[in-house]
Design a protein around this ligand. Sequence first.
Ligand SMILES: [Zn+2]
Length: 262
Amino acid sequence: MSGRVWGISCLLAALLLGATATRGEVVSDGSRLAGNISIGKSLRVPPAHIPDGYSSFADLNIYLTPGNSPAPDRIASAFRLAQNKLDACRIFLRVRTVNYVIGPPLLSEWESMEFDNGLTPWERAFFTLTPRRSAGVVFVKRLDWTIGRNGITAVGYGGYIEEETDYLKTPRDRLFYRNHMAGYAVLGRSVGESSLIHELGHALMGLRHVEDRSNIMFSGLLARDEDPGFDKRQCAKGRANHPWIRPVSDRQMVSARPFPRD
Ligand SMILES: [Zn+2]
């Protein structure tokens, strides 16, 4: 099964049009992230028809931080590659919204709980604005990890992290993670071509790292074999990873209501 060509022209048109939906969140952290974070223009992409042959699908929201938007053709090509890999799993990716984030410039030097072993003001402020139990990709300048270090340019917030790490210190943090952060990937500008699908493997499909170099979930980007993919077991696990991946038969039940708030 070959990947259906993505609604690229549609996405590009949407990037140029736009309706405004502003919601604000004041961050109380006084050091690096003081200021107001809000979602500026939010573009709702009409739902793509899910072609025959796909049993499951995932809806994604894209968030672009100021000055860090990869060129639309680069985004489109990364998603095409991701779709190509997900064809083996019969999972179809749809972009539902493209959102412009308004926030302090340092928001784009993304700080993650994995850097300081606790939910960060970055994460708490930003993910308060994302729809509950949604999924997507945040494009930033770089991850804070990458300052002075090489090689780590992206993070995927898999649902399993809630149970398996001590990054989340309180039941409240774990609930916040489950409802707002799980399902999202954050990509720096210098990510490799296959990073999007690797991080979506964590975030959307709930997959952990593997030792097999021919697998996309091998952790070392540079040491991965050429053209790595998912295996059958990973595909099955991904297809069952509700609510981020859902059976195609569910698509009518999914409301297009874009920003449910809790
Ligand atoms: Zn990884």
